[in-house]
Design a protein around this ligand. Sequence first.
Ligand code: NAD
Length: 328
Amino acid sequence: MNILFYDAKSYDKESFQDALKAFPEIHVEFTKTDIDPRTAAMAEGFDAVCAFVSSDVSAPVLDILYKKNVKLVLMRCAGFNNVDMEHAKELGIRVMRVPGYSPEAVAEHAMALALACNRRIYKAYNKVRENDFSLAGLMGFNFYEKTAGIIGTGKIGAAMCRICHGFGMKVIAYDVYQNAALKDFVEYVSLEELLAKSDLISLHCPLMDSTYHMVNIDTIRQMKDGVILVNTSRGALVKTEDLIEGIRLHKFAGVGLDVYEEETNNVFEDRSGEILEHSTTARLLSFPNVMITSHQGFFTREALSSIAETTLQNAMDAAAGKPSCNDV
Ligand code: NAD
């Protein structure tokens, strides 16, 4: 099995080369280029391509892969909203993913963002570096005995519920399905009740038509004043323009974003030398209570090695024609 690995970063190579020791039948060629309609033809001669959340796996890309006889797309991530699945099915291109690698990696990052926003760690760090030891602007609130509202209680949301419970928070949740494993310490409520009662709201549901822009000015208005909002799921769960309006209305004590709507061109790129015109990210960062990281929730040693192992096992299953629970 020959795989062309798009958008390869040094850490991808390290984790995959390590995992490849257990898969001698697989040959992986790494390219720094990401897949899009201009680069998809590079996959000629390969059995599969390996892509990521920020890759373009739209219909035109799938058409090119089909023409080049590439019948397998290995997503090295959980999300697949960037893959035109309907078209992949029409073409008979198999798409596989890594549904869960280390839910704790993302949940721990969500809590890190919540804490950093609450206690203004990013400001405090810079102040102390400048020998400014004053505390003005750094006051937060205790999470202990406050209410955490978790939207989406699948693998990552459940891990976040456990973390919040460990902090001594009351944990309420909203999901279209209830997770029985959480019943001892999580109370399921309606979305309206969650919005109205939570001091910390953390989003852990996938991006779908039903969740697109679920945080908008109407839902923001229903939140408690002084709430902390954290999004480590998908940018488009939050309507950025409305979030900015909510921040300007002083709704939030803090906003922590690992994902945001206009992230696609930014994710994992060094754009520090560029003048970013029309950047809503820059607008968001102009607020003292907003902290943004660049889609790094998954980025732990444990998660990367688990992603590599599962992706290579997916390739083996596909080569053997086996159905898999990792099929999209
Ligand atoms: P999961 O499939 O285990 O859980 C998702 C949960 O969302 C399910 O319980 C589902 O019932 C629920 N849900 C579906 N529709 C909903 C709705 N309308 N309202 C409320 N809940 C709804 O997924 P997971 O592994 O926990 O991942 C959650 C999300 O985290 C992924 O979809 C992905 O977008 C994101 N993610 C981010 C990173 C990162 O690095 N920041 C890494 C991995 C995953």
